[in-house]
Design a binder for this molecule. Structure first.
Ligand code: MG
Length: 385
């Protein structure tokens, strides 16, 4: 019996994870759950899964949650609570589905405690890639990617060794604006941007998919997860989202992983790895006619991937700033303070203004994140009518 903690249990990955876990009651136990502020969902999950510990990372709500908790359930709160839960000695697997930069410290805490981290929080690798890798190696932890593209690559890599890899090919649906006229991009509304064609996800990642900043984040994530240089990570548009990513080997063979888009599959793979278990909800039906299309990305209309490559080139804390300014810009867009296309300008300007220093500790990452957000906020306030 393995004890699992699901960080971010009220989000779409968190709910998928609980669905997967509940199918294997002989093998998995929901040890802990965390939400940021959605205590309503947390309370219903507590009733259903009877976890030993829960955490509300938005502290005030944690205090409000205090009274109706079952007596044997331990309550953690705040960002430190997330770390305490992720590194609890009785825990075997930490599924990190926290949204954004806030996921980094729990990933590091779990790694220091030698856990398996089923990682859905890409920002952990974007902002802390080097430090996370070092910590994982030092404490004998392991990271199994849950991001669908990286889970695909992780699976495809089994077909050869790392030296035989020519390149990784990350697929992208292209988002809802793949065919949208470039000159109208600045008029895109929040409602339009929240309507993703193939995946149902939280707001932050849905906007990131619409801008394709998500693919930029995923290029950085892949570079650190698989320890490959950025020039070996390519992006291709694939509107059907059936091919989740591919690996090309030096002899020209390309190995791909396919299924219907469904996050339960990468979640289950990460929990059971190296084993596989029965599941049917992501099956592709070849008795139905369908086609797979591929096309190169439009890096002028969607500069996110190029900005991410620039951040990798600058190195050090530049990816931290790339992420921080994007989080600030997405927030501002969702609050209708800026235009859709301002997101790119804000990230570019913030990166140019902040420069980059070496990453030698969590403190330097936290500082670069704080600073990046501050500069981005200044730029956002300058844009505001
Ligand atoms: Mg992804």
């Amino acid at each position: 019996m393995k004890n699992i903690v699901v960080l971010g249990s009220s989000g779409s990955i968190g709910k998928n994870a609980l669905w997967v876990i509940s199918r294997f009651p002989e093998e998995f136990n929901v040890f802990g759950l965390s939400v940021h502020r959605d205590t309503r969902t947390l309370l219903s999950q507590i009733k259903e899964y009877r976890p030993r510990a829960v955490c509300v990372s938005y502290k005030d709500r944690a205090e409000a949650l205090g009274s109706p908790l079952p007596e044997d359930t331990e309550l953690f709160a705040g960002p430190n609570g997330l770390e305490d839960l992720a590194s609890h000695p009785d825990v075997d697997i930490v599924l990190n589905a926290v949204s954004g930069f806030a996921g980094l410290r729990p990933t590091l805490a779990a790694a220091r405690a030698g856990k398996r981290v089923a990682l859905a929080n890409k920002e952990s690798m974007v902002a802390g890639g080097e430090l996370v890798n070092k910590t994982v190696a030092e404490y004998g932890a392991e990271i199994i990617p849950v991001d669908s593209e990286h889970s695909a690559i992780f699976q495809c890599l089994k077909a050869g060794n790392n030296k035989e890899v020519r390149r990784l090919i990350l697929t992208s649906s292209g988002g809802p604006f793949r065919e949208f006229p470039k000159e109208k991009m600045s008029e895109i509304t929040v409602e339009q941007a929240l309507n993703h064609p193939t995946w149902k996800m939280g707001k932050k990642i849905t906007i990131d998919s619409a801008t394709m900043m998500n693919k930029g984040l995923e290029v950085i994530e892949a570079v650190f997860l698989f320890s490959l240089p950025p020039e070996k990570v390519d992006v291709v548009i694939h509107p059907q989202s059936f091919v989740h990513s591919m690996v090309e080997f030096i002899d020209g063979s390309i190995i791909a992983q396919l299924s219907k888009p469904d996050m339960c599959l990468p979640v289950q793979y990460a929990l059971f790895y190296p084993q596989r278990r029965e599941m049917n909800r992501a099956d592709l039906d070849f008795t139905d006619r369908f086609s797979l299309e591929f096309e190169p990305p439009d890096n002028v209309k969607f500069p996110g991937v190029e900005l991410a490559r620039e951040a990798l080139k600058r190195g050090g804390t530049a990816p931290v700033v790339f992420n921080a300014s994007n989080e600030a810009a997405v927030d501002a867009f969702l609050n209708r303070k800026i235009k859709f296309t301002d997101i790119f300008h804000i990230v570019e300007k913030t990166m140019n203004k902040s420069g980059s220093i070496d990453v030698d500790s969590i403190e330097s990452i936290m500082e670069a994140d704080k600073n990046g957000r501050k500069i981005a906020e200044e730029i956002i306030n300058g844009i505001r009518p």
